[in-house]
Design a protein around this ligand. Structure first.
Ligand code: EPZ
Length: 438
């Protein structure tokens, strides 16, 4: 396994390009199961989770082709579905595979999908997924850690979600598009990735209205076909937001191009409140921070609220603010594991249930830290970039799930980072040279 070694204290300067959105790519790649034939999807990020998704589709009988030269175009052939199963060894590594349930039921009339189980940030149940699919006529049995689903006849229904679940909304959408009649999903998730999935389904012939609001209406159609033109996945708003926080936390000037600006609203506004100068020019977002960082309280909310996937990054930033800020995590029950690791870098944080109080300070100092989940690891590399001296971050595989070409992008911004094998000894903290530089 590898770790990331970060020599901090250098302001990030320069331009990076946002990759395709992980949380749009995963459901869109799986949605190709709904339309037999050849699909071409553009702007697919090269991430571990995308590889997991393509290997799942391969095991279902749908081979994919990625150009040898890499790049973001994926060809998928979903003509044949040999197995309507998402096995435990795939789902346990990537819980988003659970969105294969709806498309497999719609395509094959049956599906066997491993229960995803919990993860570091929470229990992550799928009761709302099953509730919505049952309303469409599916029947489920839970046996041996698997959900076994069958459906004779998918029929449209009114569905009221108790929770605006993102992947739950996606699972239900991907069955409803081939149901007989009209479906309405109330209290639907409104995240931009839902909108991107709806646009892709529409490109395959689905009839959908209201995506991006809490009420999505779908007129089922008898069949879908592959989109006529390559479908381009939206830019990753969380990756873009992470690099912008990188500019803010190091007191630099960062431009993110190909950013999904409309989807970044709550993050850009909060960065401005913290004292950053943020301007937008088409799909390019420019951030500069040379004054003090102001403490800004946040509360995570479903879109268009402040995204939970940016909460850990925000906590790192607030660790260097001039004052105390409050962070409330309202989406997941255990999404503060990065706090303890940030404290190893000198952050002063008090936790009380789903609320964290961050007492900002002048400086953080490099140390060895351990990533626990994808966004926690983003928070730690951001703090390491700002900290004096050297930080090493263990369990780098978490980052590789959601940040494409991370070192190259950080190096393009002037960061001094390197990926080394775990067993390489690294002196962390502030060296004599660093002290001399203070
Ligand atoms: C999606 O996860 C994202 N993942 C997550 O991003 C993101 O944090 C989350 O939405 C919230 O925005 C993908 O899109 C692949 P939820 P999802 O179902 O759909 C409860 C990242 O870092 N709930 O919206 O699994 C659940 O317990 C990842 O990229 C139920 O109670 O999240 C949680 O408290 C992390 N019953 C809340 O809803 C259900 O049936 C939101 O979960 C489903 C969810």
């Amino acid at each position: 396994m590898d770790k990331l070694v970060i020599h901090g204290g250098h302001p990030l300067q320069g331009t990076v390009r946002a990759s395709g959105a992980k949380n749009a790519a995963l459901p869109i790649l799986i949605a190709t199961l709904l339309a037999p034939g050849e699909h071409v999807i553009d702007n697919v990020p090269e991430l571990v989770d995308v590889s997991f998704t393509l290997s799942l589709l391969g095991r279902i009988g749908c081979p994919s082709l990625i150009p040898a030269e890499g790049g973001a175009r994926v060809r998928l052939d979903t003509t044949r579905v040999a197995f309507s199963e998402a096995p435990y060894d795939v789902v346990r590594k990537m819980r988003a595979s659970v969105v294969a349930l709806g498309p497999l039921l719609a395509r094959c009339g049956h599906a066997r999908v491993s229960l995803p189980g919990g993860c570091a940030i929470g229990v992550r149940p799928i009761d709302q997924h099953l509730k919505g699919l049952e309303a469409l006529g599916c029947r489920f049995e839970l046996e041996g850690g698997y959900v076994n689903g069958v459906v004779e006849h998918l029929r449209g229904a009114e569905i009221h979600l108790d929770v605006p679940t993102v992947t739950g909304t996606e699972n239900i959408m991907m069955a409803a598009v081939l149901a007989d009649g009209v479906s309405v999903i109330h209290n639907a998730a409104a995240e931009p990735e839902i909108v991107d999935l709806a646009c892709f389904l529409r490109a395959m012939g689905a009839r959908i209205r209201g995506e991006g609001t809490d009420t999505i209406e779908i007129d089922g159609v008898p069949a879908l076909r592959p989109a006529r033109n390559p479908y381009r996945i939206m830019g990753d708003r969380i990756e873009a937001g992470t690099y912008l926080v990188g500019g803010a936390i190091t007191g630099g000037a960062v431009t993110v191009e190909r950013a999904p600006v409309a989807a970044l609203g709550p993050v850009l506004d909060t960065l401005r409140q913290a004292g950053c100068e943020v301007t937008v020019d088409g799909d390019r977002v420019h951030l500069r921070r040379d004054g003090d960082l102001r403490p800004v309280d946040i509360e995570t909310r479903p879109h268009p609220g402040f995204p939970t996937d940016m909460q850990a990054q925000w906590m790192a930033l607030m660790a260097l603010a001039q004052g105390t800020s409050t962070i409330r995590e309202t989406i997941f029950e255990n999404r503060f594991m990065h706090a303890a690791e940030l404290m190893r870098l000198g952050a002063r944080i008090e936790l009380d249930g789903n609320t964290a109080r961050v007492h900002g300070r002048e400086q953080l100092t490099g140390a060895t830290v351990m990533a626990t989940d994808l966004r926690a690891s983003a928070s730690l590399f951001l703090a390491g970039l700002a900290a004096r001296g050297t930080t090493e971050m263990l369990r780098l595989y978490h980052l590789d799930r959601g940040y494409e070409k991370l070192e190259a992008k950080l190096a393009a911004l002037g960061a001094q980072v390197e990926r080394v094998p775990d067993d390489v000894r690294v002196r962390t903290g502030v060296s004599a040279d660093d002290r001399a530089a203070i």
